[in-house]
Design a protein around this ligand. Structure first.
Ligand SMILES: Cc1cc2nc3c(=O)[nH]c(=O)nc-3n(C[C@H](O)[C@H](O)[C@H](O)COP(=O)(O)OP(=O)(O)OC[C@H]3O[C@@H](n4cnc5c(N)ncnc54)[C@H](O)[C@@H]3O)c2cc1C
Length: 381
């Protein structure tokens, strides 16, 4: 019997394998990763510095340990070049591998903005443990970091770096931090708390150029300011990896298109995680992955199962200003109702009929999460 093959050794790939092995211990299983394929929790990458964790201590298991644990073959540093969905095969260089079922858990790429300057190639991104190891090597002994992007990942790195003694400049075209997730009052509190740690905000402007100087980099902003820093880190968003699927003729849109059974347009090919667009939803977070892996494992084991997603609030790892967000679904009709105190902001997104559709809680208001979360509508019922 041909094996089940999972392309991707991130949380989506490995957790699918773990869930599958609870139901089926014997079907041959191959997991292929383009990176070094350790098992680790990616969210730790943006708060590991202050907790003094290194890339070595973040890795929970080596690929060899995962292979033993999962009764699987794990192939690290192996890029899949093409998929033939008719023949049920995939191509790695000159090698052809046949699959019975194929899971695409390919993740997403960090978006890189086009900008001028002679040092754009030195701008770092952190999207896996290998990147994190390079990041830690690069910042060692350095003093000042510019972060491009004040979204979730940018703000988390800003908190982690600032509380570890680094000077931080953070730049975003939006007028506030976490502009897609927080109303202005919540953004203002987060900014104030991070500013108190020493973070310098450059909002409503963008980076025009990054140039090498004698001692580091000059980051030229559209507002004319020039920042002198030692390291530049970009965190401006993620783009689902769709090329492999699209080239194979599998339907893609923003992500690899899947129905709620996680089936793509090709027979026996499934998708989940950061690369996937499930019933129109791209959800690059851990909780959707955990729900999807459990449903997909059932399907792979022979019981076709649909996924449901409850509301899945996301904790932003900014200890200077604890923040929990559960944004309303795109296109939701409603208004933000905001209550601000000295140390917290409670923002509720409420429909005309009074139903709670989303929330953003900062500081002391995060204590209300347990009460509010059950009132939220499911993301996909
Ligand atoms: C710094 C950071 C902090 C985060 N914090 C949080 C948080 O606090 N809470 C939260 O919910 N989410 C957080 N996230 C998001 C969360 O970590 C991701 O949603 C999740 O880890 C994605 O897992 P994945 O398996 O889909 O993708 P990935 O972990 O990116 O794995 C993709 C895998 O596919 C492989 N691959 C891709 N193409 C090929 C190919 N052609 N051939 C072979 N292999 C291939 C890659 O090598 C990799 O092994 C954070 C993300 C980052 C970057």
């Amino acid at each position: 019997m041909n094996p089940i093959i999972i392309i991707g050794s991130g949380l989506a790939g490995y957790n699918t394998a773990k869930e599958l092995r609870k139901l089926d211990t014997i079907t041959p299983l191959i997991i292929i990763g383009g990176d070094s394929s350790p098992f680790y929790s990616k969210p730790m990458l943006s708060n590991a510095l202050a907790s003094k964790k290194t890339s070595e201590s973040i890795a929970l298991n080596t690929p060899e340990q995962m292979a033993t644990q999962l009764n699987a073959t794990v192939r690290a540093h192996t890029a899949v070049d093409a998929i033939d969905t008719t023949a049920h095969t995939l191509l790695i260089g000159d090698e052809t591998l046949a699959y019975s079922k194929l899971v695409l858990a390919l993740g997403a790429d960090q978006i890189r903005l086009a900008m001028d300057g002679n040092a754009t190639g030195s701008i770092l991104t952190v999207n896996d443990l290998d990147d994190y190891a390079s990041f830690r090597t690069t910042i060692a002994g350095k003093k000042r970091v510019a972060i491009i992007g004040a979204g979730l990942i940018g703000c988390e790195f800003a908190n982690d770096l600032a509380s570890s003694g680094y000077g931080v400049d953070i730049i975003d075209i939006a007028q506030q931090a976490l502009g897609r997730l927080l109303p202005p009052e919540g953004g203002a509190l987060l900014q104030a708390k991070l500013a108190a740690l020493g973070v310098q905000w450059h909002l409503g402007t963008s980076v025009q150029a990054v140039d090498r100087t004698e001692n580091g980099y000059a980051v030229t902003l559209a507002n004319g300011n020039v920042l002198r820093v030692d390291v530049v880190l970009s965190a401006v968003g993620l783009k689902p990896r769709t090329t492999l699927a699209a080239t194979a003729g599998i339907q893609v849109n923003r992500g690899i298109v899947a129905n709620r059974h996680l089936e793509t347009s090709a027979p026996d090919v499934y998708t989940l995680g950061d690369c996937a667009e499930i019933e129109g939803l791209v959800m690059p977070y851990v909780m959707p992955i955990m729900h999807a892996t459990r449903a997909l494992a059932q399907t792979l084991a022979g019981k076709r199962t649909a996924v449901s997603f409850p509301a899945m609030p996301v904790m932003v790892k900014t200890p200077a200003c604890p923040t929990i967000v559960s944004p309303p679904a795109t296109g939701s009709e409603g208004t933000w109702q905001v209550e601000a105190t000295a140390d917290g902001v409670k923002s509720l997104f409420v429909a005309a009929d009074g139903k709670l559709l989303g929330f953003a809680l900062n500081g002391s208001a995060t204590a209300e999460r347990a009460k509010l979360a059950p009132q939220l509508p499911p993301v996909l019922n």
